[in-house]
Design a protein around this ligand. Structure first.
Ligand SMILES: Cc1cc2nc3c(=O)[nH]c(=O)nc-3n(C[C@H](O)[C@H](O)[C@H](O)COP(=O)(O)O)c2cc1C
Length: 255
C-alpha cells in the first residue's frame, strides 16, 4: 500500500487498532459424543394439513440463477402452494433416511446440507396466498404444511416483527427454528453447527427462489424468543432466522 504522509500512516494505524478492539466472539469447536441416540423433532399439534402439490419443473440454467440472484425488498404478492412446494422440496424436504442395525435413524439427507445429518433446523411459514392469519409448520417427511393452533393475534405478532424490518404484507415469511435436543444429544459445543446449518439453508433458499423467478431477502433477526413463545415451546425450539419471499413485479418467468 502506498501511503502519502506520516499523518496518513498514523490514521491507518489508528483505524486498525480500533478494529482489533472488536474481537469476534468465537463459538467453541464441536465434537461428537461417544454415546448418541437420534432424537426426532417434537410433534406440533395441528388443526389442518395441506399436502403440497408437485414442485415446478424448471428449465433455467444454473449460470443464469447464479448471475441474476440478488436480494429484493419489495414484493408483488405472497407465494402460492406450488411455489412454496418447489422451494421447500429443493431445500428442506427429507429425501433419504439412513437407519442403523437397531432400526434407529442414523443420518438424514435433504437439499440443504445439515451438520451430523440431523436436519435440526425446520421452517415455520406465514402469509401464504389464500391463508391469511395462519402459521404453518413444514413437515419435511411427508412434504405437507401443518396449520398450527395459533390465534390470528399471535400470528400478527410474528408478522409485525418482520414488518419492522421489511414490509411482508405482499410476501410470504419463513422463520427458521432449531430443535436443540437432537443436536445437543449428538455433539459437545454444537452452537456453531446450528448457525452454519441456517447459513446453508439461507443460501440454498435464495438460489431456489431465483430459479423460480421469485424475489427474496434474508433477515438478520432470529425471531427468538418470539417464535417459541408464540408456539408455547420455550426451551425446546430456538428461533434462528428468517427469510422473505414474494412474487416479482413482472412475470418474466423463463422457466
Ligand atoms: C445472515 C444475513 C442477514 C441479513 N439480514 C438482512 C436484514 O435484516 N435486512 C435486509 O434488508 N437484508 C438482510 N440481508 C441481505 C443482505 O443485506 C444482502 O445479501 C446484501 O446487501 C448483499 O446483497 P445481495 O444479496 O443482493 O447480493 C441479510 C443477509 C444475510 C446473509
Amino acid at each position: 500500500m502506498h501511503v502519502e504522509s506520516v499523518e496518513a500512516a498514523t490514521n491507518i494505524k489508528i483505524h486498525w487498532m480500533n478494529l482489533v478492539g472488536h474481537s469476534l466472539k468465537l463459538l467453541n469447536s464441536p465434537y461428537p459424543k461417544t454415546n448418541y441416540t437420534f432424537v426426532d423433532r417434537p410433534e406440533f399439534p395441528f388443526v389442518n394439513k395441506i399436502a403440497l402439490p408437485k414442485p415446478i419443473d424448471r428449465k433455467i440454467s444454473y449460470d443464469q440463477v447464479i448471475t441474476s440472484r440478488h436480494s429484493k425488498r419489495e414484493y408483488f404478492g405472497p407465494l402460492d402452494l406450488t411455489e412454496l412446494s418447489s422451494l421447500l422440496w429443493d431445500v428442506l424436504k427429507i429425501k433419504k433416511i439412513e437407519v442403523d442395525h437397531n432400526g434407529t435413524v442414523s443420518w438424514i439427507h435433504r437439499g440443504a446440507p445439515s451438520a451430523g445429518g440431523l436436519a435440526s433446523v425446520d421452517a415455520f411459514i406465514t402469509n401464504i396466498a389464500g391463508y391469511n392469519d395462519k402459521l404453518f409448520f413444514y413437515n419435511p417427511y411427508d412434504h405437507s404444511l401443518q396449520e398450527l393452533n395459533v390465534t390470528p393475534a399471535k400470528v400478527k405478532e410474528v408478522i409485525n416483527a418482520s414488518n419492522e424490518l421489511i414490509d411482508v404484507s405482499h410476501a410470504t415469511l419463513f422463520i427458521y427454528a432449531a430443535h436443540v435436543t437432537n443436536i445437543f444429544s449428538k455433539y459437545e459445543n454444537p452452537e456453531s453447527l446450528i448457525w452454519r446449518d441456517v447459513g446453508a439453508i439461507y443460501a440454498m433458499m435464495n438460489l431456489s427462489s431465483e430459479s423460480l423467478n421469485l424475489d427474496s431477502c434474508s433477515l438478520g433477526t432470529t425471531f427468538h424468543p418470539l417464535l417459541p413463545k408464540v408456539l408455547g415451546t420455550e426451551g425446546l425450539l430456538f428461533g434462528v432466522g428468517g427469510q422473505i419471499f414474494g412474487k416479482r413485479e413482472h412475470d418474466i418467468r423463463t422457466i
